[in-house]
Ligand binder design. Sequence first.
Ligand code: C2E
Ligand code: MG
Ligand code: MG
Length: 493
Amino acid sequence: MPYGYRSCWSTPILSHQGAVLGVFAMYSMTVREPIEAETRLIDFTTHIAGIAIERKLAEDQIHFMANHDVLTGLPNRALLEDRLSQAILYAQRYDRWVTVVFIDLDNFKLVNDTLGHNAGDELLKTVAGRMVECVRATDTVVRLGGDEFVIVLFDQPTNVDLISETLQMIRAAIAAPVHIGEHHLRTTASIGIANYPNDGASPEALLANADAAMYRAKELGRDNFQFYTPEFNSRAHEKFVLQGELRNAVARSEFVLLYQPQVDLRSGRVFAVEALIRWNHPTLGVVPPMTFIPTAEETGLIVPIGDWVLHEACRQNKAWQDAGLPPMTVCVNVSARQFKEKNLVGRVVNALRDSGLEASYLELELTESLIMQDTELAVATMNELQSLGVQISIDDFGTGYSSLSALKTFPVARLKIDKSFINDVAEDENDQAVASAVISLGQKLNMRVIAEGVETDDQIAFLLKNNCDEMQGYHFSKPVSARDIENLLNHKD
Ligand code: C2E
Ligand code: MG
Ligand code: MG
């Protein structure tokens, strides 16, 4: 032997459970065995070494667990800030960019709910592994929790096109099919991007802005990526402010209803009015429903707002009748969230009772898409409403996807042809085909048909020729105040 050793003695270093953690080796220049004192020393030191090594391993493990996600083994939020700060320092120094990519899987909840958590876990692990393969060793892929990931791309070129290439790769890797058991899953992702230094100077700002961009990607229909732009934040801020104000608007009586007459095409008689909500905002003035109904839906505020509309519309209609105007129907729009509330029927009963309005003078407008979300439930609710004596119409008809076979089972009194088909009905052949099909469909199913958004004589001529009986639109009247409706009707007599 090169060092002149003549004998070697090795002793395993064991963990307290007997696993080999290392080896303690002793060499001697002479051929011999250890003497007893040496054996004791070896036993003692391997025991101590075992304890020390085990402790170091446990510390490493704890350290790893504190900084990594258990399921995927990826760094977690705790490491993210650290890595991001380092990447920023480097970029500052060498005049480079850092790209923060915020990724949220699009249909993860569905997988979890339908195939179970094990399948969900498998999917996350697979996708995590693929993302790691797409990036360099200097980049960091982090699991924030749930189905949210962040990738920090280090030392980036100052060029959005080059960055897009990497993102395309990541997106494709996520979207490739995943095989779990006998299932072939395909998941897509909504991705938001913020670059240092343009989109934020601190880790917090970059993450928040990448998150805002991801949110935008979701809004745009998922499965896409968006680079951050400052207006995302102002839009999110506006929405936030709107929500706060909306919360107070019912209590502060800031809503009013306008009413738009629905008339018989031939006689010109007003047989109904549609109640259309307006928000008298303290600083913005009159806010149209399209600006706040979606937010009211999202937050659930549509339920108290819709309740107010129901009560107010019924009260007003009864007041007209009490004032001696010819009785007519008041039509109230019901949104999806309101319709799904368990006690919708109870709320309608209350509104009728409180106002004293007869049920047959109330009509509820449901949209086609609302009904199609869960036809069975919708039909059950519609039947309950119908048995109260309340009428039901389908609003924006033609824009959804009702199957004809389903339609005939709906307890519906009227179809409202969406105004998008009426706009150009005088000249556009496709719109003519849809409008006349809806009219004859209604007649065959014993439903009345009303055309929405009628503005011109040509539109009226087409409707008359095609046997449509009823219309609503600016041609006859815009939505107007309750007082104006009174004047209008008194004037007609
Ligand atoms: P909708 O139920 O389809 O109501 C018809 C919309 O078309 C109204 O807009 C009305 O002002 C407008 N319109 C009527 N005639 C014409 C016309 O000749 N030309 C044009 N260009 N437009 C016409 P509005 O009042 O802005 O309401 C928009 C939507 O907001 C409604 O569509 C309805 O879906 C929703 N909405 C309104 N009030 C309420 C409410 O109290 N509750 C709920 N949930 N939704 C409401
Ligand atoms: Mg309507
Ligand atoms: Mg409509």
